[in-house]
Design a protein around this ligand. Structure first.
Ligand code: GDP
Length: 368
């Protein structure tokens, strides 16, 4: 076969097929030094772009972090906490310190008890076996919490390089771009290089102080709705603005459709309220449980949308997840990437969530 042509920036094999994967270049020349789009952006715009790998590749890469002196910033998306958290992280980073950066806090309702959120994150992280030196709530988009994050990085870094890890779409690029702005002279062209001794796809970005920020590819978790939908629908399921919770007083035997993407059944229990935390771009439709299947069959892809009719086939069939919500103490029925339904717990309830096979659906202690 023909020889592999590598990026002269990061060393990744160049390819013209997949813009989301490493080593992408729009056009490949037969010879001469060429750089991938990711390195091109860093060099010319001081800006990293997102690339993605699967979980196995990612874990292999993480193993290399454990052998180095690293400070790890683990970014998760607060809107998709259980979907975006890297549960296997602890085994791989060794004794290196980890800062858990909980991004997109701007999406929670304006009136939010942040102490409660912090405690909630702490509890979830502990249950998942994550040891975190520090939890920082932030918004890369709204530039919130960054002073704290930079301060924590400065305090804990010593002579460590800073590795930034996260699932796709959590805001990793946005956050790294902020770090670059804060740590480097923007008049100078940034350079990139493959991390010495590694074969995988980390990109090294030198900072003014002689240290590096290491950008790692985002992990693709197929259990997130965000990985299943078309780019057009992605924009609809990811909230743009702070969530406006929608409260529904429901009787048993009622169903709510979240667009045409999922369905929530209140099967059994006393009259009570449920609060929907989903993107404002998704319409909720209430119907009787007994008529829900018929409504779906008649209106999916039209009134119940997204998905649109032509993309229906791209989504796996729904499976049904049944839960018993205990009395007292609110619970969230969490649908990874789509949001959650808060069962307010005034009394017990039997409920079910229908979502495409493979999408993570769990009951958790309520976030807000
Ligand atoms: P990456 O795939 O992890 O590198 O994520 P990006 O930085 O490309 O961001 C993914 C999406 O999340 C983009 O649409 C961003 O605009 C959005 N995003 C990033 N940070 C934030 C944030 O703090 N708040 C909100 N609401 N959206 C964010």
């Amino acid at each position: 076969g023909s020889a592999v042509i590598r990026c002269s920036g990061c060393g990744a094999p160049l390819q013209t097929e997949d813009p989301a994967a490493v080593g992408y270049i729009p056009q490949l020349k037969e010879e001469g030094a060429q750089i991938c789009r990711r390195c091109f952006r860093i060099k010319n715009y001081n800006e990293v772009a997102s690339v993605a790998v699967n979980q196995d590749e990612f874990l292999r890469m993480l193993g290399q972090i454990g052998e180095r002196k690293a400070l790890v910033i683990h970014i998760v998306d607060l809107f998709d906490f259980q979907g975006s958290v890297i549960t296997g992280l602890q085994r791989f980073v060794g004794s290196n310190p980890v800062i858990l950066a909980v991004n997109k806090i701007d999406l929670l309702p304006k009136v939010t008890n942040w102490n409660k959120v912090r405690n909630w994150v702490q509890k979830q992280a502990k249950e998942l076996g994550l040891k975190t030196e520090e939890i920082v709530l932030c918004s890369a988009k709204k530039n919130l919490g960054f002073d704290r994050l930079l301060q924590e990085v400065a305090e804990r870094r010593g002579d460590r390089d800073v590795y930034v890890v996260g699932a796709t779409n959590v805001g990793k690029s946005t956050l790294i771009n902020r770090l670059i702005t804060d740590y480097s002279d923007l008049e100078e062209e940034l350079t990139t290089s493959r991390y010495p001794g590694t074969t995988l796809d980390m990109v090294n970005i030198p900072l003014d102080d002689g240290h590096y920020i290491v950008d790692t590819p985002g992990i693709v978790y197929p259990s997130r709705y965000t990985e299943l939908v078309t780019p057009g629908d992605l924009v609809k399921i990811m909230p743009e603005k702070p969530l406006k919770p929608a409260v529904y007083q429901l009787n048993e035997g009622q169903t709510l459709f979240i667009g045409g993407l999922a369905r929530f059944d209140f099967i059994e229990g006393e009259h009570q309220s449920f609060t929907f935390y989903t993107s404002g771009a998704l319409k909720l439709h209430r119907t009787k449980l007994g008529r829900a299947d018929e409504l779906y069959a008649d209106h999916i892809g039209e009134m119940l949308t997204p998905p649109s009719r032509e993309h229906l086939e791209d989504l796996p069939e729904w499976t049904r997840h049944e839960f018993r919500v205990p009395k007292g103490g609110a619970q969230d029925l969490f649908i990874s990437g789509l949001g959650w339904v808060r069962a307010n717990g005034q009394s017990g309830a039997k409920v079910a969530v229908h979502a495409p096979k493979g999408v993570k659906v769990i009951m958790r202690g309520s976030l807000v």
